[in-house]
Design a binder for this molecule. Structure first.
Ligand SMILES: C[S@@+](CC[C@H](N)C(=O)[O-])C[C@H]1O[C@@H](n2cnc3c(N)ncnc32)[C@H](O)[C@@H]1O
Length: 533
């Protein structure tokens, strides 16, 4: 028997996957916010704030944003067992892993090939999530695990570690991603000197050993006087040819009577500073700094319980994006990611299901747009205000049950909403024509979709078929039709809701998963199933 096994993390309910309805997003213009005039040429007005469960919201974004997001930066509930004031953080491990897996899969699909994902966590789940991320994003795409020193003051419980760090797991979508440099300051140049008066200026010695085992780079090095220098255990950093070239140009010199080599890294070649994996509180802020930012924004009594400091997000965005790139945070909290992205000239999307979407995020971003938020990174990036965002909520489910328990089109859907929703469901781009009534959307230049609640008869279908003509095709989504579909070769006829019923889970609004819904462990062989619901 061919037993295929793989290295993976398993948990109760891992095999359960939701069949998500691709909802449309409805803008509430009253809650959207736009600066009255342009402050700079680089103002962005199309940022998005979505109120609702992030699983449905991410699914809703997928059609438009798949492959477009440059940086996903999330700070999900840590699963600490604590119940914070604004949201419930005590989700059991299996439930938490399911919650994260379903979201991470869509988030991954939203990333650009040169995009990256940053996930802030603590010791409660980080090691489990690392293995899960390896499964979803691919182990070779792991960039590193950053240790963020979130507090400086000791906690003072003797006999226990005083925990001073959180993690940021960083993954690239593919090898196309390039980790950016950090700005260089004078203090970073102290290791450079010029003891041999090298005309290229100060230098420091760099590593000559390969970090990975590279058999093809394991070779003896012959010095100018014929001595042999043995290779490091994993090999040199360069091929024989590159090594010879570096020796010729003086970038590699011999030392200690030609028993070792020194690789010169010149200060003049260093534009930025390679990011390290330990981020100190004094450089990127601490939770105390974040709380004080939150108090300044929302007042002493209304500060958000678990904010991140703006400087932490600034660093992530700085090394993973360029101005104009899309940054996405689907666990927005008090909106730090969006506020920082906005001030740094990036586009942003945030999703938040808590009421603090209205009490914290909207007022915060309004202040940023109005140039009325002097805190966080405002001064450092010289932010003066501008731009805007649109506020959306998820549309209700397209289908609802009538009083006899039959699925019918939701009464809240008027014609335009219905057309948009069905386009999304069928994978068409919603682009209703002003002049042609049957063109609600298209999948290619020749393939269109028409959505109607009518019961179409032969005359109507024949007229449609004639208008579409021999060189185009049309998908007709209607409630019923009274004719034989084969009579119209350029039309495909489908009934709604009948043909879409099995497509996804209808009428389900909450995927935020409550602890009561924890999946049950399957009964052991021979054990009676208790049938508890
Ligand atoms: C740790 S907080 C994020 C804090 C944020 N980084 C900040 O600086 O304010 C996590 C947030 O995720 C939100 N959240 C949890 N589950 C969610 C879900 N299913 N959909 C949307 N938001 C969710 C919580 O309401 C909470 O605001």
């Amino acid at each position: 028997m061919n037993k295929k096994t793989k290295l993976e993390l398993t948990w109760i309910g891992k095999e359960n996957r939701p069949k998500l309805e691709p909802r449309i997003l409805l803008e509430d213009a009253e809650k959207s916010c736009h600066a009255p005039h342009r402050v700079s040429e680089n103002d962005f007005f199309d940022n998005r704030l979505i109120f609702g469960d992030n699983l449905l919201a991410l699914k809703a974004l997928e059609q438009e944003f798949a492959g477009k997001i440059k940086c996903v930066c999330i700070d999900p509930p840590y699963n600490t067992g604590a119940a914070w004031e604004q949201y419930d953080d005590s989700i059991e491990h299996s439930l938490w892993l399911n919650l994260m897996r379903d979201r991470l899969e869509i988030l991954t699909r939203l990333l650009k090939p040169d995009g990256s994902m940053w996930i802030c966590l603590d010791d409660n789940e980080v090691h489990y999530l690392k293995i899960l991320c390896d499964e979803i994003l691919g182990r070779p795409n792991f960039l590193g695990s950053v240790v963020w020193q979130h507090s400086v003051q000791g906690k003072g419980y003797s006999g226990k570690f005083s925990v001073h760090h959180n993690y940021l797991l960083a993954y690239q979508r593919s090898e196309a991603f390039v980790l950016g440099d950090l700005p260089r300051r004078e203090e970073h140049n102290t290791n450079y000197s010029n003891p041999d008066n090298d005309p290229r200026g100060p230098w420091r010695a760099g590593d000559v050993r390969n970090a990975l085992y590279r058999p093809n780079l394991i070779y003896d090095l012959i010095t100018p006087s014929g001595k042999v220098i043995k290779p490091p255990p994993k090999g040199w950093r360069w091929s024989k040819e590159t090594m010879a070239e570096k020796i010729r140009t003086g970038q590699i010199i011999f030392r200690n009577h030609e028993t070792r080599i020194v690789h010169k890294i010149y200060l003049q070649d260093q534009e930025g500073r390679v990011p390290e994996t330990v981020w100190f509180g004094e450089d990127v802020g601490t939770t105390r700094e974040a709380s004080s930012e939150s108090k300044k924004l929302f007042g002493l009594t209304n500060a958000f319980a678990t904010p991140k400091p703006e400087r932490l997000l600034e660093r992530v965005i700085q090394i993973s994006t360029q101005p104009g790139d899309w940054v996405l945070d689907s666990f927005a909290g008090s909106g730090t990611t969006g506020a920082v992205a906005h001030k740094m000239g990036r586009r942003w999307i945030m999703v938040e299901l808590g009421e603090h979407c209205h009490t914290h995020i909207i007022p915060r971003l309004k202040k940023v747009i109005d140039g009325q938020d002097p805190g966080g990174i405002t001064e450092a990036v010289n932010w003066k205000g501008g731009g805007g965002f649109r506020y959306y909520r998820l549309a209700p489910s397209l289908l609802e049950k009538d009083k006899w328990g039959n699925w019918v089109i939701n009464k809240q859907y008027q014609a335009a909403m219905l057309a948009e929703a069905v386009c999304k469901l069928e994978g068409f781009i919603y682009a209703p024509s002003d002049t042609v009534y049957w063109q609600h959307g298209h999948s290619t230049e020749q393939d269109f979709i028409y959505v109607t609640t009518q019961n179409l008869n032969h005359d109507q279908l024949q007229q449609l078929s004639d208008e579409v003509g021999p060189n185009r095709t049309l998908l007709v989504m209607c409630t019923a039709f009274r004719s034989k579909p084969e009579r119209y070769p350029n039309l495909t006829l489908k009934k709604i809701p009948k043909t879409v019923l099995s497509r996804c889970e209808w009428g389900k609004d909450d995927y935020s998963l409550q602890v009561e819904n924890l999946p049950q462990a399957p009964p052991k062989p021979g054990q009676q199933h208790l049938g508890l619901e």
